[in-house]
Design a protein around this ligand. Structure first.
Ligand code: PDD
Length: 288
């Protein structure tokens, strides 16, 4: 089926979904985005994703392109036109188009560029991956200092994932200069220690506050499990009983190897599998 992409108010066939050459998203990475899971044709945790989108826009002083209900309609219409039942919807907002100049505040307010696309992802593939778990590769964290803003400056993440692929790993985990894991290239990183405590880095400018992370904390509280939000070292992660990552596209994905070290017995952990199962009972399911 031909894909349809929303660009600035119009639903376009894939080949005609174009943005201007002097868009600041293209020239400066001056754009932010959100990725929301689509499950049974419904958006998962839409409210939290929209809240984070608005926060990212405000942090960068990009004009909000439209009110939340209008954006919600664009997300739904894009999902509908692409007949996505399981998969994701992606929304990107750049500061807009202007002749190339670093300073953006000289010539008055800008009109943001909005792009929305949706893609199907077979749930069977995700489940098959979760059954066996994934390997991750550790990489030095060479990103900018405001990782709490979900910008499209994804070159370090993209290169890290390429490096991970070279050793048969599906994700990269970034490690800061002190030896602490920050997060995955496109996910948050978690471990479970030998006492059964769930450990994930506390939020701050070093990591993105994942929506899946936030909802999983609701699940963890509901289950009465112990949560510790603090940095953990790569060595701690390698010695953990279980490890996993969270994101809108992976939900809760078991990590069974970090670099050359198997995690636990090298198979997905029991608690990880349980959290994955419980996730959608707690997450918000938006009206169609
Ligand atoms: N990435 N950390 C980073 C650096 C991410 O890029 C992501 C998500 C997350 C998890 O956030 P959430 O749970 O809200 O998806 C953490 C998306 C999926 C992506 O870039 O495709």
């Amino acid at each position: 089926m031909a894909r349809i992409i929303y660009v600035n108010g119009r639903y376009r066939p894939w080949g005609e979904a174009l943005v201007h050459a002097e868009d600041r998203g293209f020239q400066f990475g001056d754009a932010i985005y959100e990725v929301c899971e689509v499950r049974n044709g419904r958006l998962i945790d839409e409210t939290r994703h929209m809240e984070r989108l608005e926060r990212s826009l405000a942090e960068l002083r990009i004009t909000a392109p439209m009110a939340r209900p209008a954006l919600a309609r664009v997300l739904r219409e894009t999902v509908r036109r692409n007949r996505v039942t399981f998969g994701m919807v992606y929304l990107q907002v750049s500061r807009g188009v202007r002749p190339r100049e670093f300073i953006f505040s000289n010539a008055g307010p800008m009109t943001p560029t909005i792009v929305c696309l949706a893609r199907s992802m077979a749930p069977a593939n995700a489940e098959a991956m979760a059954e066996v778990g994934i390997a991750v590769r550790s990489m030095p964290d060479n990103r900018w200092g405001r990782r709490d803003i979900k910008t499209v400056m994804l070159l370090p993440a993209s290169l890290a994932k390429e490096a991970a692929k070279e050793i048969g790993a599906k994700e990269a985990w970034f490690v800061d200069e002190k030896g602490f894991v920050t997060e995955g290239a496109s996910s948050n990183a978690w471990i479970i220690d030998t006492r059964g405590r769930l450990i994930t880095r506390s939020v701050g400018p070093e990591i993105l506050r994942g929506v899946t992370r936030t909802t999983l904390i609701d699940v963890i509280r509901q289950e009465g499990l112990e949560l510790v939000e603090r940095p953990f070292t790569l060595a701690e992660a390698k010695a953990a009983r279980e490890a996993f990552d969270t994101s809108a596209t992976s939900i809760v994905m078991p990590v069974v190897r970090i670099d050359d070290s198997p995690i636990g017995n090298g198979a997905p952990g029991i608690t990880t599998a349980r959290l994955r199962k419980l996730f959608h009972a707690v997450a918000e399911v938006a009206a169609a």
